[in-house]
Design a protein around this ligand. Sequence first.
Ligand SMILES: Nc1nc2c(ncn2[C@@H]2O[C@H](COP(=O)(O)OP(=O)(O)OP(=O)(O)O)[C@@H](O)[C@H]2O)c(=O)[nH]1
Ligand SMILES: *[C@@H]1O[C@H](CO)[C@@H](O)[C@H](O)[C@H]1NC(C)=O
Ligand SMILES: *[C@@H]1O[C@H](CO)[C@@H](O)[C@H](O)[C@H]1NC(C)=O
Ligand SMILES: *[C@@H]1O[C@H](CO)[C@@H](O)[C@H](O)[C@H]1NC(C)=O
Length: 365
Amino acid sequence: MRYIFLLIGFKFFWGSCDEAADAGKMKQVNDGNLQWDERGYLFFCLCMGRFGNQADHFLGSLAFAKDINRTLVIPSWRTYKNIRFTEWFKLKPIQEYHRAVLAEDFMEYLAPQHWPPGNRTGFCFSYTQYPCEMKKGNPFGPYWSELGVDFDNTVNYNVGYSDIARWKKEFPPEKYPVLALKGAPAAFPVQEENRDLQRYLQWSDTIKGEAEKYINQNFPNQTFVGIHLRNGLDWENACKHVDGSTNFMSSPQCLGFNGKEHVTSKLCLPPKEEILRLTQKVVLQTGAKVVYVATDKYSMVKELEDNLQPQKVKVYHQDPWLPQIDLYVLGQADHFIGNCVSSFTSFVTRERNVHGKPTSFWGFS
Ligand SMILES: Nc1nc2c(ncn2[C@@H]2O[C@H](COP(=O)(O)OP(=O)(O)OP(=O)(O)O)[C@@H](O)[C@H]2O)c(=O)[nH]1
Ligand SMILES: *[C@@H]1O[C@H](CO)[C@@H](O)[C@H](O)[C@H]1NC(C)=O
Ligand SMILES: *[C@@H]1O[C@H](CO)[C@@H](O)[C@H](O)[C@H]1NC(C)=O
Ligand SMILES: *[C@@H]1O[C@H](CO)[C@@H](O)[C@H](O)[C@H]1NC(C)=O
């Protein structure tokens, strides 16, 4: 009975203020609409890396929440502060996949009664009895503090995230209503079988609106090639030692998940000639007159435009205030060329796969 009521509660709410919720302005529910779920909750911090890494972890954790049959407390994204999930993505598609509630709403409407201060247990993955310090370091401390969480005691676990039976047995919801984990219960990079969960990450109207506005003001209705140039100093350093390894960061997205092919420095940090060559090849194939460049550092606009003069191509680069706007535009391109090692690229690749759009990678054929 209780669960039926819960479903009706959500449904009613979706109908009534979905658009406002998408804009991230309105609360997910009004008090009283959100019912406690006796099947328990999964709560954690997306505390590793920047957005690309966090998105990988988010998808694996979403699958895990469903597997252990607990409601997902959707973590805030982490920049230098917590970002409510709905600022960037819609809530409803996630809930179509699995029961979920925003972390901010969980804290406001459910925690005071059902997970009160004084009764909050944190869980750390550990093989030994290493102290479980939930809030030690950045972003762990700020993440929980911004949500108003302090921990009263801790538990160490060494159960793998694929061992669902053991999770259910060792951590039943009757005994542990809220599993608050220090890190995300997921692999990096996201496992092959979870890549398709990307379909439930649908851009908020705010991100969509801003990115579409840029497209419409600059190259409306035109065929365009989107490219991702990951070439900042941190990346140059990361790529120095890749030669010979079979698995490096997000490289399985092009090399495959069984780790047979080798990562090369050309794949990780493609030389300029490779960028000019492949972009021109794709421009000729698609007949595009527009190339859109997203980068963390150097956009190569002049070099690209000079090289594409015979094709009369115009090159755009906006350096948006939010990286998510670049991600959106790259997702819309008629063809995308990305960096196979980058999880930022991987986000775009997965989204494009969901919609059957083609992707190529620098230094890879
Ligand atoms: N706007 C914009 N920012 C980018 C671009 N490429 C990288 N960045 C920034 O750099 C960050 C890179 O970190 P991740 O998103 O985790 O992706 P990654 O390429 O796997 O990099 P590492 O995590 O550093 O290994 C992104 O989140 C952005 O903040 C880009 O094309 N455009
Ligand atoms: C989830 O838990 C509920 C309550 O224990 C149970 O009835 C239901 O079958 C479970 N669902 C799955 C998919 O395990
Ligand atoms: C407090 O925690 C214990 C064990 O973790 C749990 O059994 C109990 O239901 C919790 N009480 C409340 C009010 O959350
Ligand atoms: C782009 O195409 C749409 C529909 O095909 C049309 O409504 C719109 O006016 C076009 N925009 C421009 C700027 O040409």
